[in-house]
Design a protein around this ligand. Sequence first.
Ligand SMILES: [Fe+2]
Length: 292
Amino acid sequence: MAKLTIKDITPAFGAEISGLEPKVPLDAETCAQLRTLFDERSLLVFRDVDIDVQFQTYLSNMLIGDDASVPDDLPIMKDFYVSNEKPKSAAPFGRLMYHSDSQWAKNWCYALSLYGEKVEQPSAPTMFVSSIVGWDTLPEHLRKRAEGHFVIHQHDPETYQKRAAGDPNVLLNDLKASEDSDPQPIVLTHPRTGRKLLYISQQMTRNVEGMSEQESDELLGLLFDHLYDKNKEMAHHWREGDLVVWDNIALQHARPNVQSEGPARTLRKTIAPPPKVGAVKSLNYSKVGAAA
Ligand SMILES: [Fe+2]
């Protein structure tokens, strides 16, 4: 077993790891160490690693507890990129506000990963905040106001664009809930770690159920001010060969503006557990071992 060197990135979350030898599967001791670290720190960074999509998928699924000895049946999402230069990529340009992927959906994404395949400088960072820290540090009077309430999350790309174009703290309540929107508790218990967290986001949360628009806006505004305090943010500045894996329930991510004509920024993405085949349009799927 290779000895891993671990360095905290911020006091509250994030760990940079060196010394990992990427292979499928990893030995049991390394898996156990990385899983524990992932649950404690919510985000792992590996720099200067040369990995394929199979390893990236395997690692992400292993970290959320899926059987590490897998992976014959593990679906691989090929050609899934966040990129301003590759055709048919996700989020090719623009700014993204803080959110957890699929926050509006019935089936959650537990872990996300991005791998720096082509990164020209200066490159827009990916920003992170911890929803667990958001809850842990929330003043008592706001805890009392938030607990027991449910919110509706919005899955509407137009909403994202409108919000991202203006003041990030402006709440838009004039849009209809999509079919996929489902009430979710503001204070969520993490399904794996049991830790409480604020499961609301500036990009996706539309309103608090059972409150007037004014009440809902006021409460969400106060919670967002707390969650997105600049002192609680972490920026990951991309280089080629960076692998970042994070807990999509515990953390939220965002990014400043990316220009379509700007420096190449091509990040290969995986979702764990993998969505059902066909659930995400324009992706190619294959099985581990079969993908080139
Ligand atoms: Fe996202």
